[in-house]
Write a new protein. Structure first.
Ligand SMILES: Cc1cc2nc3c(=O)[nH]c(=O)nc-3n(C[C@H](O)[C@H](O)[C@H](O)COP(=O)(O)OP(=O)(O)OC[C@H]3O[C@@H](n4cnc5c(N)ncnc54)[C@H](O)[C@@H]3O)c2cc1C
Ligand SMILES: Cc1cc2nc3c(=O)[nH]c(=O)nc-3n(C[C@H](O)[C@H](O)[C@H](O)COP(=O)(O)O)c2cc1C
Length: 460
């Protein structure tokens, strides 16, 4: 055989191998799709004739997870239902539905999350629609730290009421995942008496002074206009009394100069480290001035001086019921903070079934906490470490691409019970990862993971 024939054969083999891979991915997606469709059909009742719609408006997945839980509670109470994103319905669909349960979060200046912007603009913009045939209930998710508390859920409720729909129950406004408010919603959906809950299972601790021990620049030499320097800050309590928290929790600072808006920072250490450690990116405004909180912490505050932090429990991002499960931890930039907190807790507990997928820009200068991560990989605390440095090659490479490349392994980890934690930027990363996970596992399987608290996000 001459060289031309060899080359032609090699090309044929490559094409055949690629076709086989495509076929495999297709069948796998098809199987997942059918399994998901079966699960949705069970919730919608045997004949698929759902009696209610469960509609969610979600940015980071909490409302979506609660929508699937709501469908389960309704199913247990004898009401088959269908779960849909709010953007996929219009006024005629609402008119035709006999009952609808809305679960909606709020962002920005009281705005809807991305997944409801079309509905907010097109459907809620219609002031003439007649929805008098509809009975509904609204669960509004929000956080009292923000000026416009639960504003989108409230606007949705007011619009439905104004369009003639009948409130089946008073709207429930949930402050930062408050358990008693969620229990009241569960009771409403399942038709049972409310389960008594402590008013606030674990209140945030009061603000207290913390002394800055150390500040270390983690990305020296990082270049480019996007993203500023990232520092690790280490604090110790400046007053008597032990400080405690769990991995996944938040340290919150309120500035004297801006008392209306506290800033959250994911805690990157565990109490047995003896220090409260944070990873903070120095924000710089277009006019050249530094971000109010990040500038104060990374520049103005001198070593030995104190800053007031409140430790805020963050149950939605803690390990809790996932402590014994394998973990897939995914994040970028300062998102490593929340993931590092979990990995330190796992290392201390001897739980080594961990896979970290971390992304930044350049491996040479943005490989945050490199020594610690590589040591974990060598000691087996990390079974797998995947890195995505977006600018190390011509084509940008992000954490979601790493997940897609390792799609079979992601499926295997999830099949053996893994929980998925995502921490870092809302813009780009969180939505990209969400889309990749939907592609790999299927939208309904991911919804089911979220409903089972096995898909948790701390994104900002
Ligand atoms: C749950 C959660 C966890 C978080 N964890 C972390 C973490 O671990 N690490 C981390 O670094 N960050 C984290 N953040 C982000 C952090 O809370 C702050 O939002 C961030 O540090 C910026 O705050 P700042 O006060 O420095 O900036 P701000 O002064 O509030 O500025 C932020 C933005 O506001 C606009 N802006 C404000 N003032 C001006 C002005 N004068 N001119 C032009 N534009 C302006 C700009 O768009 C600017 O980029 C987290 C956020 C959340 C919600
Ligand atoms: C960047 C950001 C902005 C937010 N803005 C508001 C707000 O204006 N009002 C409010 O009540 N809650 C606000 N929240 C809280 C969210 O609505 C709340 O965490 C909700 O549970 C998120 O649900 P989701 O994951 O389904 O999007 C904000 C949260 C973040 C991270």
């Amino acid at each position: 055989m001459n060289e031309f024939t060899w080359r032609a054969m090699a090309a044929c083999m490559t094409v055949l191998a690629y076709a086989a891979l495509c076929l495999h991915v297709y069948w796998r997606q098809r199987r997942l799709h059918l399994a998901n469709a079966r699960a949705a059909a069970v919730l919608a009742g045997g004949d698929g004739q759902a009696e209610a719609l469960v509609l969610f408006a979600s940015q980071t997945g909490q409302a979506e997870a609660l929508a699937w839980k709501t469908a389960r509670w309704l199913h247990e109470g004898g009401t088959p239902s269908r779960v849909m994103p709010l953007d996929e319905v219009d006024a005629p669909t609402l008119r035709a539905a006999r009952r609808a349960f809305f679960i909606a979060s709020t962002y920005g200046e009281g705005d809807p999350p991305d997944g409801a912007s079309v509905f907010a603009e097109r459907v809620m913009g219609d002031r003439t629609a007649d929805l008098s045939s509809l009975r509904y209930a609204v669960l509004a998710l929000g956080d009292r730290q923000y000026t416009h508390f639960c504003a989108f859920g409230r606007a949705l409720d007011a619009w439905l009421h104004a369009r003639g729909a009948t409130r089946q129950a008073e709207r429930i406004d949930v402050d930062n995942g408050d358990a008693s408010q969620l229990a009241a919603w569960q009771a409403h959906c399942s038709g049972s008496a409310p389960v008594p809950q402590p008013v606030s299972a674990e209140p945030a601790s009061p603000s207290r002074p913390w002394r800055l021990l150390r500040r270390t620049l983690l990305n020296a030499g990082s270049v480019g206009s996007v993203g500023g320097p990232i520092f690790e800050l280490a604090f110790t309590p400046a007053t008597d009394g032990a400080a405690t928290w769990r991995s996944g929790d938040i340290a919150q600072i309120t500035l004297d100069t801006d008392p209306g808006r506290p800033r959250d920072y994911s805690i990157a250490s565990i109490p047995t480290d003896g220090e409260l450690q944070l990873l903070i990116r120095q924000e710089r405004h277009r006019d050249g001035t530094l971000g109010a909180a990040s500038g104060f912490l990374t520049s103005t505050l001198a070593i030995g001086e104190t800053a007031n932090f409140r430790i805020r429990p963050h149950p939605a991002f803690r390990l809790e019921g996932n402590a014994q499960r394998p973990l897939i931890l995914i994040g970028n930039g300062t998102g490593l903070a929340g993931l590092r907190g979990h990995l330190r807790a796992r290392a201390a507990a001897g739980s080594h079934d961990n896979w970290l997928v971390f992304g930044e820009r350049h491996s040479a200068c943005d490989f945050l906490c490199r020594d610690e991560l590589e040591a974990w990989r060598e000691r087996g605390v990390l079974q797998r470490l995947d890195l995505a440095f977006s600018r190390d090659q011509e084509q940008p490479l992000y954490v979601q691409h790493r997940l897609l490349q390792a799609h079979e392994e992601v499926g295997r980890w999830v099949a053996r019970g893994a929980a998925i934690y995502v921490c870092g930027s809302l813009d780009g990363m969180a939505s990209g990862v969400d889309a990749a996970l939907k592609q790999i596992l299927g939208a309904q399987a991911l919804g089911a993971l979220a409903a089972a608290d096995r898909y948790r996000r701390d994104v900002y």
